[in-house]
Design a protein around this ligand. Structure first.
Ligand code: AMP
Ligand code: GLY
Length: 423
């Protein structure tokens, strides 16, 4: 029997907490810092530093720490916990560079023959501009470091590319733009693929399609993700296994050879091009809102699987899913991803929870007295299972319609690609 601590406060962490709580050997789930909805499924606590986390784990005999976001991984929280002999799901700082530095990720791809866009890596504006000679447009310019999803610019012309290079090197993206990657523009549908990794082997943990733009019809600004569905018909299990063989496992083997084995979840952002699947980016964490649909569909013992990853003993037979499809609709505060109002009251959550197959995951919420209030940009992930995507979608929107929150909005067309493909 074990107690588990989840680090993070988003919809991703709520989905992880909810599924961990259902593991037969888990007696209690803690979450630091958590949110208003997580508080209904776990004990939320404030832990301000790695020292606080270590202290808490020792005092409470925590059997597994699950690290949600990338920043603590990049900062070395998993290393620290391993040193303290506290089991941890999440990779080392050295392996987290697969997400923390796009230049590092591209160099691993080049060295181990992993299919991704052709690129150049630059530490000075002059060299970067020289590289543009003779290139075709659009071209893609990326800040090397973490930039909260805002570090990628698709430049339509040489002028725009040069202006972007100047902006990145002049500090517009902070330290993340001290060096940059320039890469070939690729076209095709995007899929998020997840693999659980135990340092040696990687096992497919499903795939989903996200909707990055704020508004219906894939219009409006880029966001962290406005909704997901799984499984997306645009990718078959066969293609997913091909990605595991040609992209994910060679990355695992490469990282091991480099002396920095990868343990945790590897999130491959893929583009399904006419020439086949190509790697756009790696993240070293679960996706948000992809995790909401993955967890709705996962039918195994999550605690066992994540613990086995940390011990290097992952067994692919433990990774099982319901046949049902899942859809997650994100409800965000009006104005997101730009400025938005906080502290607005959300009503109707109990009614939404009663919709068949539905579960409302919370992201930016806080419980104040008996009220749930919105305190973030992305606020709820209304998720539902159904016999197929159409049914899951209908249930998710039925639950959305129970929620009384005039200060929030959502897209109405989540999963449109799947439904278009089926019609
Ligand atoms: P990344 O953070 O690297 O995934 O990039 C964010 C988004 O920019 C991706 O989800 C794609 O939509 C787009 N993108 C990134 N790289 C490319 C590329 N080489 N070609 C076309 N679009 C890209
Ligand atoms: N939904 C995309 C991400 O988590 O990065």
């Amino acid at each position: 029997m074990a107690k588990v601590l989840v680090i993070g406060s988003g919809g991703r962490e709520h989905a992880l907490v909810w599924r961990l709580k259902q593991s037969p050997s888990v007696t209690e789930v803690f979450c630091a810092p958590g949110n208003g909805g997580i508080a209904q499924d776990a004990t939320c606590i404030t832990l301000k530093s790695p020292d606080d986390i270590v202290h808490f784990c020792k005092e409470n005999a925590i059997g597994l720490v699950v690290i949600g976001p990338e920043q603590p991984l990049v900062d070395g929280l998993a290393n620290r916990l391993e040193q303290e002999k506290i089991p941890v799901f999440g990779t080392s700082a050295a392996a987290a560079k697969l997400e923390g530095s796009k230049g590092f990720m591209k160099s691993i791809c080049k060295k181990y023959n992993i299919v991704t866009a052709d690129y150049g890596f630059f530490a000075h504006a002059g060299e970067a501009k020289t590289f543009l000679q003779g290139k075709s447009y659009p071209i893609v310019i990326k800040a090397d470091g973490l930039a909260a999803g805002k570090g990628v610019i698709i430049a339509q012309s040489k002028q725009e590319a040069e202006d972007t290079i100047d902006a990145m090197f002049s500090g517009q993206f902070g330290d993340s733009g001290k060096s940059i990657v320039i890469e070939e523009f690729m076209e095709g549908p995007e899929v998020s693929l997840f693999a659980l990794c135990d340092g040696n082997n990687a096992t497919l943990f499903g795939y989903a399609q996200d909707h990055k733009r704020a508004f219906d019809g894939d219009k409006g600004p880029n966001t962290g993700g406005m909704g997901t569905y799984a499984p997306p018909p645009v990718m078959s299990d066969e293609v997913a296994m091909q990605v595991m063989r040609d992209i994910v496992q060679p990355t695992m083997d490469g990282m091991k050879k480099e002396g920095t084995p990868f343990k945790g979840v590897l999130f491959a952002g893929l583009m399904l091009t006419k020439q086949g699947p190509k790697l756009l980016e790696y993240n070293v964490r679960f996706g948000d809102p992809e995790t909401q649909v993955l967890m709705a569909r996962f039918s195994g013992d999550l605690y066992k699987v994540l613990l086995d990853c940390s011990k290097g003993t992952l067994n692919s037979k433990d990774i099982t899913f319901h046949k049902d499809a899942a859809v997650c609709v994100v409800m965000a505060a009006n104005g997101y991803p730009d400025t938005y109002k906080k502290n607005t009251i959300i009503r109707g959550l109990e009614k939404a929870a009663q919709v068949e197959g539905a579960k409302v995951f919370h992201a930016g919420t806080e419980k104040r007295g008996s009220d749930i209030v919105a305190v973030g940009g992305r606020v709820l992930g209304v998720t539902a299972l159904g016999g197929n995507i159409a049914e899951a979608k209908a249930r998710a929107y039925k639950a959305v319609d129970c929620i009384d929150w005039p200060e929030g909005f959502c897209r109405r067309d989540i999963a449109w690609q799947a439904l278009k493909a089926a019609s």
